[in-house]
Design a protein around this ligand. Structure first.
Ligand code: ADP
Ligand code: MG
Length: 241
């Protein structure tokens, strides 16, 4: 099957610094691909490049066969940033219904999306009164209403309680099962095991592009946090672990 996202030799500078050092990879469709890496490794910058809002120095980013950020992709790619993308002075339900109207789906779909992200109890609250985790979920609910073919989520599970995190990951997989391609970033390695595929990023370089199972075999450990450390060491010494 054709890749949903193809990145070739992507170089990005921010300010006077090189942030991404020539990345190349492909993201298969209908799966949850995790973009894992420590804070500052370039995850957000990479996701910005995928949705076409990042100036790139060189290289190519293709999404669903089109150049990233091009007009035909507008309704086909969803993006939830780390900053909330909902209106603070509307309630959760009002936000969802607003976006539902924008995307031409009904109020029932809006209410379902709110329930799907576990915000039923907070549906009547103003967004400005929500916790950070709740705001992130409100943004996610609104992005889901567009039913995008590719959904890019920047650290959607930060600050969530463990139960909710599990529920969200289940929801990501349910979406993937319907054919949606998800790219989900996280700096928490224990989320790596929940992904179908992993891209490990460190200091703007790709350390691994594999499945969790392949990474475990390659590094000889079941612990993905330890696996990440071994891949870092492997890269430093130039010797495969
Ligand atoms: P992550 O999302 O993995 O935490 P980012 O993509 O946000 O990483 O940042 C990667 C690098 O780019 C960091 O060194 C960060 O300081 C730098 N950076 C991020 N945003 C800007 C900006 N607006 N101007 C200059 N440098 C930036
Ligand atoms: Mg980030």
């Amino acid at each position: 099957m054709d890749a949903a996202v193809t990145v070739t030799d992507l170089v990005v500078d921010r300010g006077r610094r090189r942030v991404l050092h020539g990345l190349s990879f492909a993201v298969p469709p209908g799966q949850v691909t995790g973009l894992l890496g420590p804070s500052g490794s370039g995850k957000s910058t990479l996701l910005r490049a995928l949705v076409g809002v990042q100036v790139v120095r060189s290289g190519e980013v293709t999404v669903l066969g089109e150049p990233a950020g091009s007009t035909p992709l507008r309704s086909r790619v969803g993006y939830v940033t780390q900053a909330p993308s909902v209106y603070a002075d509307l309630t959760v339900r009002e936000n969802a219904r607003f976006f539902a109207a924008l995307y031409g789906v009904g109020a029932a779909a809006a209410d379902r999306a709110v329930a799907d992200v576990g915000l039923d109890d907070a549906a009547g609250q103003l967004v400005r009164d929500l916790s950070g985790g709740q705001m992130g979920r409100a943004s996610l609910a609104c992005a889901l209403l567009a039913a995008p073919e590719v959904l890019v989520l920047d650290e959607p599970t930060v600050g969530l309680d463990p139960l909710l995190r599990v529920e969200l990951w289940n929801q990501f997989h349910a979406l993937a099962a319907t054919g949606t391609t998800l790219l989900v970033s996280s700096h928490v390695m224990d989320e790596a095991g929940r992904c179908d595929r992993l891209l490990l990023l460190r200091e703007g370089r790709l350390l691994a592009d594999s499945t969790p199972a392949e990474l475990r075999v390659r590094t000889g450990t079941d612990d993905l946090e330890e696996a990440f450390l071994r891949v870092v060491r492997e890269q430093r010494t130039g010797v495969r672990a």
